[in-house]
Design a protein around this ligand. Sequence first.
Ligand SMILES: [Cu+2]
Ligand SMILES: [Zn+2]
Length: 174
Amino acid sequence: MDIVNIVSLGIIGFITGSVYLTGSKSKQAKAFFSSGKIQGSVQFIQPSDSTNVTIQVNLTGFEPNTSHGFHIHEKPVKPGDSCDQAGPHFDPHGSPHGGPQNTPLTRHVGDLGNILADANGNVQVKFSDFYINLFGSDSIIGKTIVIHESQDDLKTIESSGKRIACAKISDFHN
Ligand SMILES: [Cu+2]
Ligand SMILES: [Zn+2]
């Protein structure tokens, strides 16, 4: 092997290594609910751009034993904004409304289904989603989580009813 080949192999190795390290960097994002009756946070963790996102919900202030539509909507809100300012469901691919179990392109990216409040009106749940992302142009960072008054039937947007709480999703570092 001549020196040119050794040098180019070294460069290729360096580039591959850098891409791998960049691609494997974990990302986190968080939305804080602090202005209304519903309080707490929703945290998103994604170990790399090719893995599912884990969602940790810690919220209080719901009516006991109720189910609420839980979506990512496309526009950012500031504290004090009306949740109507969050715009429609985050839908970068022009898909119909659905639920988290649907296959790609048969649901909005923002369709995370429902959260269930326990007998004390708390939601403490951890789940993962294959479709949302913290990386790239379809990232949910800068979008808004909206919680609705009613249960999402996972077929029609209207089933979820009024928007009762919302919070912007921001980059988060421990
Ligand atoms: Cu919604
Ligand atoms: Zn939807």
